[in-house]
Design a binder for this molecule. Structure first.
Ligand code: SF4
Ligand code: SF4
Length: 375
């Protein structure tokens, strides 16, 4: 479905029941599960990097941005503004695959921009699946239905649909009416077609607990594999700086959202240690070298949300001197950052040193309710 096919005049869904009726996938489905082999691969990879290669800093997830153009203009988005002068440029499939190989991480998160606008996306995904990378393809859902016809389902592939709330709130968040419905219909089709589907919600000022719980309930009932949550990063180039939460405000919001018995029924993809961090109950230093981010201008340095420069050598991102300048308490640009890429990976690295934390994380992975976020 193209952007032009968004029906602007459709009446809004009034209740969660109406939404469920409209978006519940047809047919009998098995309970969604993250492939067990993904956890095994990641564990083996980390053990190899740490014990055999003696690497202190190494990537877990390659963030691949084959283009920065998008068919939306969300107020909280830095990318479409930051790359405005080169927004017409795209990576070739060869360049994209070479970046993934140079990083070497077993998981690839394809982001942007809007990856479904990348004309070579089916070819890129097929090539990465052939090489047995686990792919999370992030999308606003507008073109998903059209693009998925060209990509067969695979245990190596999950679509990650951007959803910041139920219809009213999500459409405000992405600054266009009708997007929630189009994205949810695409998610329904994807689930019916046997694809793995996750959701990703970024929380900004004014996020509403009840609305988000309705969303989490809806996607869990529909059969999404997992829900990812994160606090928005205060991108300097985003036009509405009022949207962004300070660290303490994020902690209070996540406490309100997650300290609630009802969340036990939701299937979070983030691991329990990261959820505790979001609530302000654990402290970690940023390990954003775990998510090197490749764009049309090269690797973002130092990290996914922040690019003070671009480099052509991924190994620059693992240099100790770089991390003396970035992280909480080291750089004012890091003061409010609580993003997955910096801190969910930190919970994983720390759990490798702390058996008690490792048990908490393994328990989450074993129950398929939490684990490794994609971005
Ligand atoms: S959908 Fe994503 S890339 Fe597009 S404008 Fe919104 S936040 Fe930016
Ligand atoms: S805290 Fe880490 S992930 Fe966040 S902006 Fe700083 S370096 Fe980047």
């Amino acid at each position: 479905m193209s952007t032009l096919q968004i029906k602007k005049a459709e009446p809004k869904l009034k209740t969660a029941e109406e939404a469920l009726k409209e978006f519940m996938p047809a047919g009998r489905r098995v309970a969604p599960k993250r492939p067990f082999v993904l956890g095994l691969r990641l564990f083996a990879y980390m053990a190899k990097q740490r014990l055999l290669r003696r690497r202190k800093r190494f990537p877990l997830v390659t963030m691949l941005e084959p283009l920065e153009a998008c068919n939306l203009t969300c107020d909280g988005c830095g990318r479409i503004r930051e790359y405005e002068p080169v927004i017409h440029r795209m990576l070739t499939v060869e360049e994209a695959v070479a970046a993934v190989e140079a990083s070497g991480a077993p998981i690839v998160s394809i982001a942007g921009g809007e990856p479904t606008m990348y004309p070579h996306l089916p070819e890129l995904i097929k090539e990465l699946v052939r090489r047995k990378y686990f792919i999370y393809c992030c999308t606003n859902g507008i073109l998903l239905e059209k693009v998925m016809k060209q990509v067969p389902p695979s245990k190596y592939l999950a679509w990650v649909v951007h959803l910041d709330g139920m219809e009213e709130r999500h459409d405000v968040s992405v600054a266009r009416r009708g997007v929630f419905r189009v994205a949810m219909r695409a998610a329904k089709k994807a689930l019916e077609g046997g694809y793995r589907v996750c959701s990703n919600s970024t929380l900004f000022k004014g996020a509403d607990k009840q609305d988000l719980h309705q969303l989490f309930d809806l996607v869990t009932t529909m059969g999404f594999e997992g829900i990812m949550v994160s606090a928005g990063y205060d991108f300097a180039m985003a036009p509405d700086q009022e949207l962004f939460l300070k660290r303490k405000e994020s902690n209070a919001l996540f406490q309100e959202l997650l300290d609630d018995q009802s969340i036990k029924q939701f299937r979070f993809y983030n691991n329990p240690l990261y959820l505790d961090f979001l609530k302000g109950r654990r402290s970690y230093q940023c390990t954003a070298y775990s998510n090197p981010t490749y764009t049309i201008q090269g690797w973002r340095e130092p990290c996914y949300p922040l690019a003070d420069r671009h480099t052509q050598n991924v190994n620059d991102l693992f240099e100790p001197a770089l991390w003396e300048r970035y992280g909480v308490g080291k750089n004012p640009k890091c003061a409010n950052c609580m993003m997955h890429c910096g801190f969910e990976s930190a919970t994983i690295f720390e759990a490798f040193k702390n058996p008690k934390d490792m048990m908490v994380m393994l328990k989450g992975i074993a129950t398929q309710k939490s684990g490794v976020g994609a971005s």
